[in-house]
Design a protein around this ligand. Sequence first.
Ligand SMILES: *[C@@H]1O[C@H](CO)[C@@H](O)[C@H](O)[C@H]1NC(C)=O
Ligand SMILES: *[C@@H]1O[C@H](CO)[C@@H](O)[C@H](O)[C@H]1NC(C)=O
Length: 155
Amino acid sequence: MMKMGKSSGRMMRTSCLVILFLMALTILFQSYEVQPYEVQSEPGLKHTVNVTNELGDHALTIHCKSKDDDLGSHTIWNQESYSWSFRENIFGRTLFFCYLEWKDTQIHSGTFVLFEAQRDGDRCPTVCNWSAKEDGLYGYNGDEGHEGLVFYAWS
Ligand SMILES: *[C@@H]1O[C@H](CO)[C@@H](O)[C@H](O)[C@H]1NC(C)=O
Ligand SMILES: *[C@@H]1O[C@H](CO)[C@@H](O)[C@H](O)[C@H]1NC(C)=O
């Protein structure tokens, strides 16, 4: 029978440790991923994105996704809001893009970036308010109330 030397036993223990370490890292990174709808206790800045329908009588459909999450399709009516919260991932590369659509005599729509850490981390550190109006989608600066700082026109 092969007898294991001291050093190969140590090597095996070391590889076990390395594997455990990698598994722990994987679990850690996963737990930092974006968690819509619920507040997690992990560190990382919490942001809320809040879209309000200011289209008058027209329903607005909104469907947001990130790399890891599909928030599903939601319809909001005049003056209603749709919001979700998440924590920025540790890489600071959280990005949510949303398809929005409403119609009067024709369909108005667009796929827009509603949160991007680089652009919005400082612009709206807590709540990123967006208003859907007939000419387009207005992104407001969270700290300065109703100043339109980002604008997307419907196509
Ligand atoms: C979203 O915006 C609407 C309208 O401005 C406001 O009434 C609502 O409280 C906001 N919701 C959140 C979660 O900030
Ligand atoms: C977002 O909009 C709501 C309603 O207008 C307002 O109460 C709230 O203060 C806004 N959030 C920020 C951070 O400005």
